[in-house]
Design a protein around this ligand. Structure first.
Ligand code: HEC
Length: 118
């Protein structure tokens, strides 16, 4: 094994490692118990008024799009990153949360949404 091979292998490992960390930060949400407990508190405080305490979208009805049923198959099959983007940016009738909740809190609240019974 020559030096060139060793340093190429180390470079590949470093890049792979960086990508793994990156995808954990922005893609998959953590489902640790303390994250879920925090997510539940945030959901009850900020989201349940519209989405309902069980996320069924029955919190309020006004003109315009109704709050999404977060436990419906249509939402469940969306990727974490797609839903994180929606929570960040908001929707018609839904505020943008990016200035109000930290990225970590948004991930915690999504982790909790993923555990709601459907
Ligand atoms: C003022 C009411 C309101 C509040 C508060 C609210 N939402 Fe929403 N949300 C909506 C509406 C309305 C939609 C659907 C918009 C549409 O269909 O265009 C929606 C859509 C969503 C979606 C997209 C679902 C999908 O299938 O794409 C997610 C995820 C979501 N909300 C999460 C949250 C979270 C998390 C919170 C709390 C941090 C929250 N919402 C707070 C009204 C609200």
């Amino acid at each position: 094994m020559n030096r060139g091979y060793v340093s190429t292998a180390m470079l590949v490992m470093a890049i792979t490692g960086a990508c793994l960390i990156q995808s954990n930060a922005s893609g998959e949400v953590t489902r640790k118990p303390d994250a879920l407990a925090k997510g539940k508190r945030l959901f009850t405080r900020h989201c349940a008024g519209c989405h309902g305490s069980e996320g069924k979208g029955d919190g309020y009805k006004v003109l315009g799009p109704d709050p999404a049923n977060l436990t419906a198959p249509a939402t469940r099959k969306k990727s974490d990153s797609a839903l994180l983007a929606t929570i960040h940016e908001g929707k018609p009738n839904m505020p943008s949360w990016k200035g109000l909740l930290s990225d970590r809190d948004i991930q915690n609240v999504l982790a909790y949404i993923r555990t709601l019974p459907h």
